[in-house]
Design a protein around this ligand. Sequence first.
Ligand SMILES: Nc1ncnc2c1ncn2[C@@H]1O[C@H](COP(=O)(O)OP(=O)(O)OP(=O)(O)O)[C@@H](O)[C@H]1O
Ligand SMILES: [Mg+2]
Length: 251
Amino acid sequence: MNSQKNISQPVIEINDLHKSFGTNHVLRGFNFTLMDGENVAVLGKSGSGKSVLIKCIIGLISIDSGTLNVLGQSVPDLSQKELDIIRRDVGFLFQGAALYDSMSVKENLEFPLRRHHEKMNGGISMKKRVEEALDSVGLLHTLHLMPSELSGGMKKRVALARTLILQPKIILYDEPTGGLDPITGREISHLINEVQSRYKTAALIITHDLVCAKITTNRIVILSEGKNYKEGNYEELDQSKDSIVEEFFRK
Ligand SMILES: Nc1ncnc2c1ncn2[C@@H]1O[C@H](COP(=O)(O)OP(=O)(O)OP(=O)(O)O)[C@@H](O)[C@H]1O
Ligand SMILES: [Mg+2]
């Protein structure tokens, strides 16, 4: 019997992370842990380094110092080939939906499967996987549409389906509700919850949308001055008298 099976493991571990661009010291000793199965929001103002953080995690930009482990591997020490392998397990929902405009919804969803073609050998056809992923975001009927025929909220859903199709162990969401009206934003937040409980992934949700953070997570980390400035659940942070925290929670 494997008694360790249910013990949660860290899937992302970041210690004392620093990243500068010239004299712009963006991340200044950021610490963070994401446990398996956990949903955590990182809340920060525009320009605070949220997208930089997410790009460091998947090795798209190099770090200056600190340690950064993803699924037990030290990202700064990985070769390009090893990074490609780990990126199959780390789904990344870009800020803006970033669908390929010249491809249909179906082709957009097939793209990651073709790119990581070894994932197609599970006995399940590509067609079935595309349909399943699209169905899980409620958009099966858009299979043959082009991105230009979709609303902003639908594009986000398709982008989420494209992330899910590789069945990642972790999903990194960069502003999943950005650019959407509040109602559509809430719908996307609830969809993220559904997806998280169905696919049982861990999620890091980067946002400046407090409503999204409240709906999708039970732990919120405030990124300010390049650090994990404050951390807690929604109620704890809501009662904080700290002026930076209050800026997010002011009603
Ligand atoms: N590749 C880059 N080269 C130089 N500077 C960069 C680069 N990427 C980001 N920066 C700088 O790092 C800082 C943080 O940028 P980042 O994109 O992480 O902000 P953000 O918190 O995601 O903001 P937003 O909420 O507007 O998306 C900004 O000052 C930005 O100009
Ligand atoms: Mg950003």
